[in-house]
Design a protein around this ligand. Structure first.
Ligand code: MGD
Ligand code: MGD
Ligand code: MO
Length: 692
């Protein structure tokens, strides 16, 4: 970014090995948000629950947070205070928040929005490989893969700068097979499109492995020398013969055989999953089934080959490594491992016996006000909960039932609008730190601007709170100092950053973890010789398909799936405020097949109500033959009346606690014509601004 006084700053392309100067529309327009009029520049407090938020000094706001924490602790014990973090935070902030929860608050209850994102694939990769690094190879390797199976991933809309590597592979004749209920922009340019019914990805994977075994595509030497447990998986897929898979998934036998043949005979092949396959109540087992397939074909560790999950948020990878997960300590250590506790406690200068144990997961956190011993006071660092969590109305009710809610953000989110205290935070260009990208490459975020007057960054805010709480240990407000501590805390762990420094990141354009020592080169490609398991072998784990929790029935006859559009980001708290993005996508649309629309009497651009067992939401109809006729697709970027998460199913994956965002039963009906006003609610602003 180039900053020339006066503002606004200008974003320009730069040579960097991951994106090679490419950004998406949201990146190019991100500078618009730095001095946006909605920007929070002073803390806000509420004098009583039904009253409005009003500006306050930092002294008053932090005083209120500390008083609420003390009250919850003395009335109900330390576990009555909870923290909620996010994959948008820098490594330093995620690390500091995890430490703050365990040391300053002494609560087990901290979790983060990656629970809604990465947790299924992370759990599966840990089980199979003993390590969870989203891509175990650089993004650029995709260009060299002769076959790529993309399962529930739409990078053309969700990661446009990554598409150059897919495009390069396609131009060189690679076959890309896309598994998606929609012919997405990514599927459109691929060789094959498997348009399966939502929630049937596991049956598809088991069916492909079944064919691979039958047709002799299994790499026996690899399976014998590098893995364990193949026989049990072979037995588990024996009953998934192609015509049964066709009945369950809706993908024809010929396409299944062709896919297995392409994967099984290619000199190099990659299998990539993303949220379409993972955000299900069987998401972990589904990711596992694709790992089983990759292992049987001998892919992980071979050049331009392997299994990977395409991580989402800017720091989705680093955000899941350094302790803001309920069961985790820095360096991807387990909080229930005595050796890990001893190591981290020594770095933090506390007694290991004083560190709490594992807490509950993100979706369960707002449930806690109910039972005795539950969370009464919650500190939310970045994410928005009220928009991205499943079954929104229940979540909102739970948040309102808390004794105290504090939120830190740079714009008033739907969640912040419910808070007792709102703390204004710095934005990306105004703070230093590191992020770890989807390849496991640790990169720098440089500070090029000062935050607006009155704004504290999150590190300084946490340090101020820790001091006021009289916390043991040291909480620095300086990102470099925190990173130096993170290096020591992660040393010897799975995600080992001990050898990474700000200077090396700068000089080497990022460093891949694990990097245990300053003279270690970092590790761009994992698994060439061994896996991170105790015996160095990867694990096959048998998994079986289960029906989605909520199959369609007479009252809710269709399948709802949700996801992203190119121009909006997540809860929309940032992108819905961007003038240039609003010009192109401010009208929440539900995708319907024209045949379904005709049957329901719905025309193009009509207003449509979606109804599920949780609630209702209103979207404008977008008719497209790229979607299955039994399925509708709604983006989740809007709150208010167009909230997809008023509809979604909160059933959790039993291993990862991931909600079933990608499949539930829905009823669809027309409620108005194309002239009726769009249902998009603007993002929340301060009351004074609404008045004037
Ligand atoms: N139905 C449905 N729901 C979904 C999904 C889906 O596919 N379907 N996907 C899920 C997934 S994968 C994800 S990742 C979640 C994401 O959903 P959210 O967690 O809601 O993600 P964001 O909108 O990025 O929220 C981040 C908030 O933090 C603020 N913020 C960003 N950086 C910082 C910072 O450094 N400090 C502070 N204090 N604030 C910051 C932003 O302004 C924003 O308000 O949604 C999940 N919800
Ligand atoms: N524009 C934009 N880009 C983003 C984000 C954003 O909010 N907006 N968020 C970022 C984040 S946090 C994430 S996690 C990534 C997510 O990136 P992706 O996983 O690519 O995004 P989604 O749109 O959630 O889902 C991908 C595809 O899954 C398909 N799908 C739905 N149900 C199923 C199913 O049952 N099976 C299969 N196989 N496919 C299914 C959808 O049709 C969709 O095309 O994107 C990142 N990039
Ligand atoms: Mo995500």
């Amino acid at each position: 970014m180039r900053v020339e006084p006066p503002r606004p700053p200008v974003i320009e392309p730069a040579e960097f090995p991951t994106n090679r100067g490419g950004l998406c529309a949201k990146g190019w327009s991100a500078a618009e948000l730095l001095d946006h009029p909605d920007r929070l520049t002073t803390p806000l407090v509420r004098d009583d629950r039904s009253g409005p938020l009003r500006p306050a000094t930092w002294e008053e706001a932090l005083g209120r947070v500390v008083a609420a924490i003390r009250r919850a602790r003395s009335d109900h014990g330390p576990a009555a205070v909870g923290c909620f973090g996010g994959g948008g935070l820098t490594n330093e902030k995620a690390y500091q928040l995890g430490k703050f929860a365990r040391v300053a608050l002494r609560t087990p209850h901290i979790d983060y929005n990656g629970r809604f994102c990465m947790s299924s694939a992370a759990t599966a990769a840990n089980r199979a490989f003993g390590i969870d690094r989203g891509l175990p190879f650089p993004l650029a390797d995709i260009a060299g893969a002769r076959v790529v199976l993309l399962v529930g991933s739409n990078p053309a809309d969700t990661m446009p700068p990554a598409m150059q590597y897919f495009d390069a592979g396609r131009a060189a004749g690679a076959a890309h097979i896309v598994v998606d209920p929609r012919r997405s922009a990514t599927a459109g340019g691929g060789a094959l499109h498997l348009q399966l019914a939502p929630g049937t990805d596991l049956a598809l994977a088991n069916g492909l492995l079944h064919i691979a075994i039958r047709e002799g595509y299994v790499d026996k030497a690899y399976v014998d020398s590098r893995t364990t447990g193949f026989d049990a998986v072979g037995a588990a897929v024996a009953a998934w013969w192609p015509d049964r898979v066709e009945r369950v998934t809706g993908v024809g036998e010929a396409l299944l055989r062709r896919t297995a043949q392409l994967l099984g005979t290619a000199p190099s092949a990659m299998i990539l999953t993303a949220r379409g396959a993972e955000q299900h109540s069987n998401g972990t087992d589904t990711a596992q089934a694709y790992i089983n397939l990759a292992l049987a074909l001998g892919l992980p560790g071979r050049p331009h080959s392997g299994y990977g999950t395409v991580t989402g948020q800017g720091n989705g990878q680093g955000g899941r490594e350094h302790g803001q997960k309920a069961d985790q300590l820095p360096g991807y250590r387990r909080i229930d491992d005595p050796a890990a506790r001893a190591h981290v406690a020594a770095v933090w200068g506390v007694d290991p016996a004083d560190l709490p144990g594992p807490g509950v997961s993100a979706v369960e956190t707002p449930d806690l006000p109910g039972p005795p011993g539950g969370v009464r006071a919650l500190l939310v660092l970045p994410p928005t909960i009220a928009v991205p969590a499943p079954d929104r109305d229940r979540v909102r009710a739970r948040l309102s039932a808390l004794d105290f809610l504090a939120v830190s953000d740079f714009f008033l989110s739907d969640t912040a609008a419910l808070a007792d205290v709102v703390l204004p935070s710095a934005q990306w260009a105004e703070e230093e730190g590191t992020m770890t990208n989807l390849e496991g490459r640790v990169i720098r975020r440089n500070r090029v601007l000062d935050p607006p007057a009155g704004v504290l960054d999150d590190l300084a805010m946490l340090a101020a709170l820790a001091e006021r709480l009289g916390s043991p240990g040291h909480f620095s407000a300086d990102a470099r100092t925190v990173f130096e501590e993170l290096r020591r805390a992660s040393a010897g762990g799975i995600a080992d950053y001990a050898g990474i420094s700000y200077e090396r990141i700068e000089a080497e354009q990022g460093v891949f973890w694990p990097c245990p020592a300053p003279d270690h080169p970092g590790n761009p490609r994992l698994f060439a010789d061994q896996f991170a398991t105790v015996d160095g072998r990867a694990r096959f784990i048998p998994v079986d398909h289960r029906e989605p929790a909520e199959p369609p029935d007479a009252e809710f006859p269709y399948v709802l799936t949700t996801g992203r559009i190119m121009q909006q980001y997540q809860s929309g708290n940032q992108t819905r405020r961007s003038r240039s993005l609003r010009l192109t996508a401010d009208d929440p649309k539900v995708e319907l097949h024209p045949d379904l629309a005709r049957r329901l009497g719905i025309g193009a651009a009509d207003l449509v109500q979606l109804r599920t067992r949780r609630g209702t939401a209103v979207f404008r109809a977008y008719l497209t033959d790229t979607i299955r006729p039994d399925t509708v697709f709604a983006p989740f970027h809007w709150g208010g009346p167009a909230s997809a998460n008023a509809l979604t199913d909160p059933t959790l994956d039993r291993h990862s606690k991931m909600p079933a965002f990608k499949v539930c039963a829905v009823a669809v009906r027309r409620i108005g014509g194309p002239d009726e006003k769009a249902p998009a609610a603007p993002p929340p602003t301060l009351p004074s601004r609404e008045d004037g």
